[in-house]
Design a binder for this molecule. Structure first.
Ligand SMILES: Nc1nc2c(ncn2[C@@H]2O[C@H](COP(=O)(O)OP(=O)(O)OP(=O)(O)O)[C@@H](O)[C@H]2O)c(=O)[nH]1
Ligand SMILES: [Mg+2]
Length: 286
């Protein structure tokens, strides 16, 4: 078993088409909610997003705040704020952060409508679009923003495609389908982090490699959490010893008590995903 054996190289063919579609939608949009995963605030950020959204107003939403390492997250918040972003931390499982998104949006709306007023134009609803890489919580965010009181304002024929707008409140309408973008996978470290946190399709990654990557990363960044979960304090070159320990601990054994390595790999990947390895942030800023 070898860590980082496979080169992750995945750039879906429909990427260009999606970008074109988002560009078309953007003409109708006033605010972009750019969603990233707080556990990977660099890796889950779309590299060339600025080219795409240009000078649209935007709010950077860091989801899964409940699962991240808050000390590290604070550094990223400062980093992005220094770059001029409005940043909101969100735990979408509990709905935390959603009201802040709305109040920040309200500030933007008031600014925009003041500009309109100065030009002698009437105030109007602001339209928002959610964008982000797969699995960062875009759909969950839509559901949170829309809540129960929502009513779809229905399809509006004649604008590019049949876009469906949902009214969030009297001032904001949200496009009901998010813009899904793919990260560029030029940086293999980021590619593995994206795979480890399920933003890249599992089929394109070797599960064994991914599990070894996770063990290595955890040993490097969160050794205590790794020890707590599996009782492992060091990693061998071929990971076999560690896989055997985890197999025994978690009952991942085949007939005759032989460790089932595939099962162990799946356990490791799932443990990271659901937070069984504790709160983690896999990107570092320094
Ligand atoms: N713990 C936790 N889980 C979250 C949070 N936000 C989303 N999730 C979970 O993350 C997973 C992905 O959420 P989705 O809303 O489907 O993500 P998406 O961006 O729409 O994903 P795609 O449609 O694949 O692009 C789901 O299992 C959500 O329940 C959060 O803040 N905290
Ligand atoms: Mg979705």
């Amino acid at each position: 078993m070898n860590e980082n054996k496979t080169i992750i190289n995945w750039y879906p063919g429909h990427m260009a088409k999606t970008k074109k579609e988002i560009k078309e939608k953007l003409n109708l949009i006033d605010i972009v909610y750019e969603v990233i995963d707080a556990r990977m605030p660099l890796s889950s950020k779309i590299v060339d997003i600025d080219d795409l959204i240009g000078n649209k107003r935007r709010i950077l939403i860091m989801t899964k705040y409940d699962l991240c390492d808050k000390n590290e997250t604070d550094k990223f918040v400062k980093y992005y704020e220094a770059l001029g972003y409005i940043v909101v931390l969100a735990d979408l499982m509990n709905g935390n952060g959603v009201s802040l998104i709305l109040s920040k949006s309200q500030e933007i709306i008031e600014e925009e409508n003041n500009k309109r007023k100065n030009k002698g134009l009437k105030p109007r609803s602001i339209r928002a679009l959610i964008v982000g890489v797969p699995n960062v919580g875009k759909s969950t965010l839509i559901n949170r923003l829309v809540g129960k009181k929502s009513a779809s304002v229905g399809n509006r024929p004649g604008v590019t495609k049949n876009l469906s707008w949902i009214r969030i409140n009297k001032d904001i309408e949200l496009l009901d389908s998010p813009g899904i973008l793919w990260p560029k996978l030029e940086n293999q470290e980021s590619a593995h982090i994206l795979a480890a946190l399920s933003s890249i399709k599992e089929e394109i990654v070797d599960t064994m490699d991914l599990a070894c990557f996770i063990l290595t990363k955890m040993m490097q960044l969160y050794p205590k959490q790794l020890e707590k979960r599996y009782g492992i304090t060091k990693l061998s070159d071929d990971f076999i010893e560690e896989f055997d320990i985890i197999a025994k601990k978690r009952g991942a054994l085949m007939r005759g008590g032989v460790a089932d390595y595939d099962k162990v790999a799946t356990i490791i990947i799932n443990d990271l995903k659901v937070g069984n390895l504790g709160n983690v942030t896999l990107d570092r800023i320094d």
